[in-house]
Structures are given as structure tokens and as C-alpha cells.
Design a protein around this ligand. Structure first.
Ligand code: G
Ligand code: G
Ligand code: MN
Ligand code: NA
Length: 250
């Protein structure tokens, strides 16, 4: 059982790290950037997946500290990459509610020297469950800094097309549940086709998550999807592996 106490120690004792997973442009097959994903190596329990500890951090009020650490660390790493590559960082809905997220993002950009246009913040649709004016106002203020905003895991949560009208997302990430079924389910394929069409008409970039097979790439490309992410291109990697990965890509 993970304790709140352990999470506090994790930050202080450097048990947290970031892994980076590339996004690939389907028309050029170039790397467009990387998404930062939190990793925790517990001294006794070993690696604990973010799916386990992020919800705990959200419940016990530690997500602002974890999130601030991740944002600063990720920006610092990204300044060492080629300048055309973007960085995506996940934001918890709790951060949008509880934290001066705009000041935090501004500070991370200033102290790292990363240009705002290179940063994209990924937010899941659960941010709209207890939607209030603060959430939308914070999203707009973040957008005004020049960072991009992505809607993560689209299509599986509490999706409502109304969100797409309430806030101008730059990117829409198609949840890997649809990608997983793409080759075996006509319905999944029809959903992907229509998500892409909807995103295009709203001038959003589409990214398909969880791509593991070349055949999925062919279908996604055929349906007009812009980018892919997934084990086919690469598993999330430590920052120090990025240089070699980029050198060997293609
Ligand atoms: O890397 P993995 O597939 O185990 O990640 C599981 C989930 O944890 C994903 O949905 C991802 O969005 C989330 N996650 C990973 N890193 C972060 C982070 O830094 N902040 C937040 N809020 N969520 C993260
Ligand atoms: O933020 P998000 O929930 O999208 O986080 C991505 C998570 O999905 C990471 O934990 C990552 O390890 C995982 N992941 C990335 N690519 C693949 C993939 O191709 N297949 C599967 N099953 N999981 C993936
Ligand atoms: Mn994400
Ligand atoms: Na996702």
C-alpha cells in the first residue's frame, strides 16, 4: 500500500523521474516532440505506475508538488533537444483547480528558457466533470501565454462535444482504446474516422495513442490522422536516451 508519506519522500529523495515518449508525424515520419511521463521507483516496492500514484497524489493534495516538479524538470530537459521539437506535459484537473497554474507555467518557461510555443499541456476530459469558470479561465490564460493545449484520452471519459465549443483545444489525442480495436472493429474505425473529421473541421491536430502495429499506421494515415504515439515508434525512454534515439530514427 502506497502511503502519502512515501510520496512526500519521493520528491525530497529524488525517487521520481521522467520518461519521454515520441510523437511521430504521419506524412513526414519525423519526430515532432516528446510527452513527459512520470516514473516512481520506490525504495522497497520498486516501480509504481503513475496510474496508481497520480490518483493518490490527487486525493492527498500532493499533485501540485508533483506536477510542479514534473513541469520544471521536463522544461529543463527539453531545452537540450533540437529547437523544432515540442514538449508535452500532463496536467491533472486538480492542478487547474487548486494551483496558480498560469504563474507556475510562466515560471517554468522563464527559468528553463523554453519557448512557450514548444510547450503543450495535456488535459483529460475529466477536467470538465466539475467544470467551473475557474477551469475555463485558467485554460484560456494558459493559452494566452502561447502554450498549446491538448485534450488527452479523447473519447473514453465523460466526453461531451460541448467541451470542444467551450475551449479551443489545439490538439486532440485519440484514446488508445479505439486504436486497439482499429483493425478488428468496423465501429472503432468509424469512430476514429469521425473524430479525425471533427478535429479537422475545428482546426485541431490529431494524435493517435497506443499505436503498436504498422497496419494501424496505414489505417490511421488513410483516415487523415496527423500524428501517432505508441510502442511501434518507441516506449517511453529516459531523457539521456533521446539523443541516440533521434540519431537512429528512420
Ligand atoms: O506512463 P503510463 O502509461 O503508465 O501513464 C499512466 C497515466 O498517468 C497516463 O494517463 C498519464 O497521463 C498519467 N501521467 C503520467 N505522467 C503524469 C504527470 O506528470 N502528471 C499527470 N497529471 N499525469 C501523468
Ligand atoms: O497520458 P497518457 O494516458 O496518454 O499516457 C500514456 C501511457 O500509455 C503511458 O503510460 C505509456 O507507457 C502508455 N503507452 C504508450 N504507448 C503505448 C502503446 O503503444 N501501447 C500501450 N498498451 N500503452 C502505451
Ligand atoms: Mn497524455
Ligand atoms: Na493519453
Amino acid at each position: 500500500q502506497i502511503m502519502e508519506r512515501d510520496l512526500r519522500d519521493a520528491i525530497d529523495q529524488g525517487q521520481l523521474s521522467l520518461a519521454f515518449q515520441p510523437k511521430i508525424d504521419l506524412s513526414s515520419w519525423r519526430v515532432t516532440g516528446f510527452e513527459a511521463l512520470m516514473r516512481w521507483r520506490h525504495p522497497e516496492h520498486g516501480n509504481i505506475p503513475p496510474g496508481e500514484f497520480i490518483p493518490i497524489a490527487e486525493d492527498c493534495g500532493l499533485i501540485p508538488s508533483l506536477g510542479e516538479w514534473a513541469l520544471n524538470e521536463a522544461c529543463r530537459c527539453a531545452t537540450r533537444w533540437p529547437a523544432e521539437l515540442t514538449l508535452a506535459v500532463n496536467l491533472s484537473p486538480v492542478q487547474l483547480m487548486a494551483q496558480n497554474i498560469v504563474g507556475l507555467v510562466q515560471a517554468a518557461l522563464t527559468s528553463s528558457g523554453l519557448q512557450a510555443q514548444r510547450l503543450e499541456l495535456e488535459i483529460t476530459e475529466s477536467v470538465f466533470i466539475q467544470e467551473n469558470r475557474t477551469t475555463v479561465r485558467q485554460l484560456r490564460a494558459l493559452h494566452d501565454l502561447g502554450v498549446r493545449i491538448a485534450l488527452d484520452d479523447f473519447g473514453t471519459g465523460y466526453s461531451s462535444l460541448a467541451y470542444l465549443r467551450r475551449f479551443p483545444f489545439d490538439t486532440l489525442k485519440i484514446d488508445r482504446a479505439f486504436v486497439r480495436e482499429l483493425l478488428v472493429s468496423r465501429d472503432a474505425r468509424a469512430i476514429v474516422r469521425n473524430i479525425v473529421a471533427l478535429a479537422k473541421s475545428l482546426r485541431m491536430t490529431t494524435v493517435a495513442e497506443g499505436v503498436e502495429e504498422p497496419a494501424q499506421v496505414l489505417v490511421l494515415d488513410g483516415e487523415g490522422c496527423d500524428q501517432i504515439q505508441g510502442f511501434l515508434a518507441a516506449r517511453p525512454m529516459p531523457a539521456e536516451d533521446i539523443r541516440a534515439f533521434l540519431r537512429n530514427w528512420r
